[in-house]
Design a protein around this ligand. Sequence first.
Ligand code: NAD
Length: 255
Amino acid sequence: MGHSATATAVITGAGSERGIGRRTAHRLAEAGFAIAVLDLDEAAAKTTADIVAREHGVPTLGVTADVTDADSVDRAVETVETSELPTTTALVNNAGITRPTPFLDIERAEWDAVFEVNVTGTYLVTRRVLPGLIERGYGRIVNLSSVSGERGGGVFGGTHYSAAKAAVLGLTRALAREVGEHGIVVNSVAPGLIDTDITGGLLSGERKQQLVSGIPVGRNGDTDDVAGMITFLAGPDVGYITGATFDVNGGSHIH
Ligand code: NAD
């Protein structure tokens, strides 16, 4: 295929056609990374991998993985590591789910599911990928938080989502302290409302308009806005940036 990729970026949840993860796969490929997509939806993971390979001429791999299941994660990362892709230097923990449920209506199972994907998923994938980064003395980890985790919702997700995305910020900061000496930086990206399918069509026109009216930049974000930041944080220039949170929200909370 005549590519020159020398490092692989692993991106979870990059199957979704209109999602942040797939857009990030394109941007990271443009930046020269080989791409490994891990997604619950195997067909979607493979589709992303195929499209990115075709468009950017880098090696790619689409693997099924449920980030909430340690065995599934371990198998998927093993598949990446034993493939022809170059060694992994960047991990983007992007898989996430949200629900708009009011606090008293949240069932225990839904609370757990939101934590399992957003928090435990980040833990399970990171703990599997990290030893390789430590061994090589270089790594970039990017975790997807949300404006909801910083402000306590106000966009779409419920209390469980805000709590889970705040947990991602804590995990990021604490891990950044532990692994900095190994040449590994760990940062969070906190998007505001981005036009993807994560809301399952449940965010209607009027509410969307209302949300946009509070954003200084005057529009919702698009996936490229977030993918650009993630790509920067996965790159070579962030060796002295770690444990930080990067807002990509059009100025929806300036502080
Ligand atoms: P999306 O719904 O378009 O894509 C999410 C992807 O994650 C899907 O491909 C899905 O199959 C995958 N996934 C879900 N559960 C999984 C599991 N258990 N294992 C593996 N993969 C799984 O979502 P998106 O809007 O692109 O969001 C990406 C990330 O950005 C999420 O972490 C989300 O919480 C965060 N985020 C999104 C927004 C927004 O407005 N869209 C705002 C802030 C933060």
